[in-house]
Write a protein that binds this ligand. Structure first.
Ligand code: MN3
Length: 199
């Protein structure tokens, strides 16, 4: 079964007032995300990965010694990353559920400190990649950054929140201002109910 591009969980213009324009979502979801789906399907066709799950392919093709990774890993991991990313944002779900807030306070001191560290990870990711709030196997929360399509599955971590810091994610709305994009993501775009459900 070939993988399909999931619909956005909201309209393309649903986040426009919150700092992510219709144009960004048209490019990012309809073109970039679709390309990962199409290329991923093409690359796994006829290989041992053809009937495996996204998660199995990501874990099975991740190479910790290669920055470049390979085409199957790059496309399939980016396919999965964007599946998560759209769900982690939304026009509603702005109030942080108390169980998540407690855990964040426990781990980072305060929500503000968490936001500061998360933004710093995203700003500090040199070149394309992602920053994440992850849950480790022992239950602890941690902030990480990854290059290109690498994601928390590669390190046996659960992705609670991820922010795409590839330029295609922010250049239309924020030009070169990645720090402003990151702050706006945390303040206005995140669906905290979705993040809490991942705990
Ligand atoms: Mn992207």
């Amino acid at each position: 079964m070939a993988f399909v591009l999931p619909d956005l969980p909201y309209q393309h213009d649903a986040l426009a007032d919150l700092g992510m324009s219709k144009e960004t979502l048209e490019f990012h979801h309809d073109l970039h995300h679709k390309a990962y789906v199409d290329n991923g399907n093409k690359l796994i066709s006829g290989t041992e990965w053809e009937n495996k799950s996204l998660e199995e392919i990501i874990v099975g093709t991740y190479n910790p010694t290669s920055v470049a990774q390979n085409g199957i890993f790059n496309n399939i991991s980016q396919l999965w990353n964007h599946n998560q990313f759209w769900e982690m944002m939304g026009p509603s779900g702005k109030k942080m559920p108390s169980n998540l807030e407690l855990k964040i306070n426990d781990s980072f001191g305060s929500v503000d400190k968490f936001k500061e560290e998360f933004c710093a990870a995203g700003v500090g990711q040199f070149g394309s990649g992602w920053c994440w709030l992850v849950q480790e196997a022992d239950g602890g929360l941690k902030i990480t950054k990854t290059e290109n399509g690498v994601n928390p599955l590669c390190f046996n971590q659960k992705a609670l929140l991820g922010c795409d810091v590839w330029e295609h994610s922010y250049y239309i709305d924020f030009r070169n201002k990645r720090p402003v994009y990151l702050k706006n993501f945390l303040d206005n775009l995140v669906n905290w109910e979705n993040v809490a459900e991942r705990l």
